[in-house]
Design a protein around this ligand. Structure first.
Ligand SMILES: [Zn+2]
Length: 322
């Protein structure tokens, strides 16, 4: 198995750069731990890290450790400072072809990941005589992931979905360099029923019924339409920023609503899809594919706010990574 060495910059008594209430050492560790987890979850690789907690490591320790382990590549993760904005990455000035390949694979995928969340300036691929690049015996790249002293950059660095997207970009770059295939598709799929503990909320205006045999699970919830939202919410834990297919299931009945509003909380705002609940009952129906941010949140609402007549029904939601 390829051996991937991940070096979260700084740590312990060395906070690295600080600014806007953030510390470089914490951000580099957060990105690096997620990078490790994404790599191990998706590809057959070995991963070793220079640190997995907030401890002090010398630069010599880091490169000695990577060299002794016989890593096939090294990625050192840092946050920039000093009055700038954006992403840049470094290799040693007299690198071999393999290092150039790693650099070329990594850089665009990291910035591509970042740009799924927000606008990021591409400062380009650079060279520098850094210890981590000079003293490592394998292809090595150092990434400078935005500027901690930029207000705009720090606002991105504060977002969990941005950190995850940055880690995923690193992982995809490493996988591409190693010639590993795209991540295994069945990465994530989950169903939330109206009875799933802690994952469904609705006001007492929503009745409970097991009338229709098309129901998912034991029962479903229903309410009269009204010109107020009073939504029933399905809460879903999205493991990583990305594209997901969102489906709903409901029993159908001629007396149900012809235009029941379903609201999906996407990474770029709320999207409303109206569902005709008079037909297509008892099967999964796609609301579409949406870019979703990572995190556990109320994700899909069934709203009562419609001028169409007939009960609006909330039964089950399925979310699948695509
Ligand atoms: Zn640093």
């Amino acid at each position: 198995m390829p051996k991937v060495y991940i070096d979260p910059g700084h740590g312990g008594t060395d906070p690295g750069a600080v600014g806007n209430g953030l510390q470089e050492k914490a951000l580099t560790l957060d990105i690096s731990l997620q990078l490790r987890n994404i790599l191990l979850a998706n590809w057959a690789v070995d991963v070793r890290m220079s640190r997995t907690t907030d401890i002090t490591r010398s630069l010599a320790y880091r490169t000695d450790d990577a060299n002794a382990w016989g890593a096939n590549l090294l990625v050192s993760v840092h946050i920039n400072s000093g009055g700038g904005t954006g992403f840049e990455s470094y290799r040693y000035p007299t690198s071999d072809a393999a290092t150039v390949n790693l650099h070329n694979a990594l850089h665009p995928r990291v910035i591509g990941g970042m740009r799924t969340i927000g606008g990021v300036t591409d400062r380009g691929l650079k060279t520098a005589n850094f210890h981590m690049l000079r003293e490592s015996a394998m292809p090595a790249v150092l990434t400078e992931n935005l500027f901690i002293d930029s207000v705009a950059d720090s606002n991105l660095l504060r977002r969990a979905d941005f950190i995850t997207a940055t880690a995923r970009g690193h992982a995809e770059g490493i996988a591409a360099y190693l010639g590993l295939s795209a991540p295994n598709p069945p990465t994530f799929s989950t169903i939330v029923d109206n009875t799933t503990a802690g994952r469904f909320t609705a006001s007492t205006n929503w009745g409970t019924s097991s009338y229709s045999a098309q129901r998912y699970g034991a029962d479903y919830r229903f309410a009269n339409p009204t010109l107020a939202s009073d939504s029933a919410w399905f809460k879903v834990n999205i493991p990583a920023a990305g594209n997901y297919r969102v489906e709903v299931r409901h029993p159908a009945d001629p007396g149900y609503n012809s235009s029941a509003p379903h609201v999906v909380v996407t990474a770029s705002g709320n999207r409303t899809v109206n569902v005709d609940q008079r037909s297509s009952g008892g099967v999964w129906r796609s609301l579409g594919t949406f870019g979703l941010a990572a995190g556990d949140r109320n994700l899909v609402a069934v709203s009562r706010w419609t001028s169409s007549t007939g009960y609006v029904v909330a039964d089950a939601v399925r979310v699948t990574r695509v």
